[in-house]
Design a binder for this molecule. Structure first.
Ligand SMILES: CC(C)(COP(=O)(O)OP(=O)(O)OC[C@H]1O[C@@H](n2cnc3c(N)ncnc32)[C@H](O)[C@@H]1OP(=O)(O)O)[C@@H](O)C(=O)NCCC(=O)NCCS
Length: 172
């Protein structure tokens, strides 16, 4: 399956089914709605800044994903019969073989295993895309994100810097 057509279904610990699939251009409204439901603290942990509004150029950047140098997945739960985006993750290749990853799950759906499931699928896509390493910066106190990386089974090098912990995850 090509990354742009990626789709998988998982069952969360709660028994709920979640779809993890490639981001599509028509996800604009769903993605913005998910951002709207996400707390300031979560957005800060994602963007390293108090960021709630986005310019059209920024939105285009997040939506126009080529599934080569920039890969994005969304997680959808069924709510009253319609799929709702509750989280997403992406990687952007920053140098040959290495990509930076970022994750976000809206607050109401955190702690249910969505982030863990997203990581599993993103790592699989990265590996089949020939990447060797994933990198991430994680703010102090972001236990959930650190747990997800540690539970991924990938080798991890962590460098504590004053602002954030810089992680290098080995896909080989
Ligand atoms: C980080 C984030 C993506 C994790 O997603 P999630 O769906 O909540 O993660 P999971 O439910 O898979 O939880 C992963 C682990 O963290 C734990 N966890 C979840 N929320 C936690 C919290 N607030 N404090 C401590 N541990 C937490 C879970 O219990 C789980 O551990 P376990 O497997 O031992 O039970 C989500 O919390 C988020 O969007 N945070 C804001 C944005 C962000 O931090 N992005 C990362 C920048 S790279």
């Amino acid at each position: 399956m090509q990354a742009k057509d990626y789709s998988a279904t998982e069952t969360l610990r709660s028994g709920l089914a979640i779809e993890i699939r490639a981001l599509r251009p028509e996800d604009r409204a769903g993605l913005l709605a998910a951002v709207g439901r996400t707390s300031d603290q979560s957005l800060y942990r994602r963007f390293f800044a108090f960021k709630r509004s986005f310019t059209d150029q920024e939105i285009d950047f997040y939506l126009n994903v080529d599934f080569a140098g920039h890969v994005a997945l969304v997680a959808l739960l069924d709510e009253e019969g319609r799929p709702v985006i509750v989280g997403g993750c992406r990687y952007i290749v920053v140098q040959p073989g290495q990509a930076e990853v970022a994750f976000a799950v809206d607050d109401a759906h955190q702690g249910q295993g969505v982030g863990t499931a997203l990581m599993r699928h993103l790592a699989a896509i990265a590996r089949s895309g020939g990447l060797k390493e994933l990198i991430a910066d994680v703010l102090p106190g972001n236990t959930a994100m650190l747990k997800i990386f540690r539970a991924s089974g990938l080798g991890i090098k962590a460098e504590r810097e004053p602002e954030a912990t810089h992680l290098v995850l080995d896909l080989s």
